[in-house]
Design a binder for this molecule. Structure first.
Ligand code: FAD
Length: 430
């Protein structure tokens, strides 16, 4: 039997491209199999600064920088007339102070083309439909563009198929999400009345008055991505037609109505629902999962591509050692690492939806030290063991929300000996 490739990577999105780049850098022969033709649309356009480290680690950053994408210097949270602004310049030391807003059709193609130029074979228009594992190899069944079929033998399968979730489906690895079903309605627009200068590229995350939130993500080509996230029944109070529905939702939120009052939609709004998902296992004999093929939480903090790249890079590093014959421990070296980052973001996502985080973000006064620590998390540094808002994210947010709550006018005074709201909110760190 002839082993045709060291590893078959399913999917050429950010996870697949980063994994392929790392394995190629280490001298292996990955084969990337991609169901679609690029460029193709995918949602997920706002990066976090930590992606810059990850792109740099696999020599893909220069290719991205050359595209002239709009620089994203931070995030603006808005609720009614309250604003909480994060600038990535004001985070814990060492992190990148900008990243990019990227039209994904272009961004994903740039990554894939750059990797291909380094000698990685990418089979576009080929869908993986079967996988069979044997003791010393795996056989991956491909659906060919002409309707035929072909098997590829490989030493390892790395599933980076994103929402395709190829191995989770084939190997029964899917688990229900811990998050309720949410639905997103989104499109691209022209005519967005953007702020100028450094503010132009910041993402806006706006709390809609009726239990939803919206994003505004501007691109350098004059197009802006806008979208809504809510429980499915939220949409029933608006027009049924998707374009009219999105226009009504925009008009009913004073945070975005002014900025978006003249927009033209580039394509009819699309809908995606039930995207959050869980996973039973991240690896097994001769396979591992990375990117969205693992667990996807929620888009609110734009963590998807960061987690996709971080998991893909780590999986490729561990796999490289295994292919060289080293003993590796996928649980500690890979799964535990990924879970730490996911757990950090999960703490913030839970706190966002149960209103603890909005209470913190829109509190006044806000401690600059605490906000710097939170800013680092929002910049994607979700593994930083020096940041208590990472290592003790759940407890830190809980404590801070309680203090903020007690600082509201009319709230009971702090117990004797307890920390006062004013003290905690004014401390430089916690
Ligand atoms: C509403 C919404 C908004 C979001 N906003 C953001 C955001 O602002 N920022 C952010 O970072 N993330 C965001 N995300 C998350 C983001 O979309 C994903 O995390 C990211 O695309 C994951 O990258 P990936 O490489 O794992 O998968 P993908 O980008 O989905 O790539 C997977 C590839 O695998 C291919 N594939 C699928 N099945 C097969 C098969 N059978 N055979 C071969 N190939 C296959 C697909 O065609 C695809 O090209 C958002 C998600 C949602 C739902």
């Amino acid at each position: 039997m002839v082993i045709e490739s060291d590893v078959v990577i399913i999917g050429a999105g950010p996870a697949g491209a980063v994994a392929a780049a790392e394995l190629r850098r280490e001298g292996f022969r990955p084969l990337v199999v991609e169901k679609l033709r690029f460029p193709r649309f995918v949602i997920g356009e706002s990066l976090l600064p930590h992606t810059m480290d990850l792109l740099q680690a696999v020599d893909l950053l220069d290719a991205v920088e050359q595209r002239g994408y709009l620089r994203k210097h931070g995030a603006l949270f808005r609720r009614g007339d309250e604003i909480c602004e994060f600038d990535f310049a004001n985070q814990l030391q060492g992190g990148w102070d900008y990243t990019f807003q990227v039209p994904r059709a272009d961004f994903d193609k740039v990554l894939a083309d750059t990797v291909a130029a380094r000698g990685v074979e990418i089979l576009y228009g080929h869908g993986v439909s079967t996988v069979r594992f044997a003791a010393d190899h795996a056989e991956v069944g491909l659906d060919l563009p002409d309707g035929g079929r072909r098997n590829v033998t490989t030493r390892f399968v790395l599933d980076c198929s994103g929402y395709g979730r190829v191995l989770p489906r084939l190997l029964d690895l899917e688990a229900p999400s811990t998050l309720p079903v949410r639905e997103s309605l989104f499109t691209h627009v022209t005519g967005d009345l953007r702020p100028a200068g450094r503010e132009e590229g910041k993402i806006w995350i706006c709390v809609h008055p009726r239990d939803a939130w919206t994003w505004i993500i501007p691109f350098s080509n004059g197009i802006t991505s806008i979208g809504v996230v809510a429980r499915p029944d939220f949409y029933r109070q608006f027009a049924a037609d998707p374009e009219a529905q999105l226009r009504e939702i925009v008009a009913s939120d004073s945070n975005i109505a002014g900025r978006l009052r003249n927009v033209q939609m580039v394509f009819p709004p699309r809908r995606i629902a039930g995207y959050s998902c869980g996973i039973k296992r991240l690896f097994g004999p001769r396979f591992a999962l990375a990117g969205n093929a693992t667990e996807f939480l929620d888009p609110v903090f734009s963590s998807g591509v960061t987690l996709a790249m971080a998991s893909a890079l780590r999986a490729a590093q561990v796999l490289g050692r295994e292919l060289r014959g080293e003993q590796v421990d996928w649980q500690t070296d890979y799964a535990d690492y990924l879970e730490r980052g996911v757990a950090t973001f999960r703490a913030y996502i839970d706190a966002w939806y149960d209103q603890r985080l909005p209470a913190i973000l829109f509190a006044a006064p806000r401690s600059p030290g605490v906000m710097r620590q939170i800013c680092s998390v929002l910049a994607g540094y979700a593994w930083d063991t020096d940041n208590p808002y990472v290592t003790r994210a759940q407890r830190a947010l809980q404590a801070l929300a309680a203090v903020v709550g007690s600082a509201r006018p009319g709230a009971p005074a702090a117990p004797p000996g307890g920390v006062t709201a004013a003290r905690l909110l004014a401390t430089k760190s916690s």
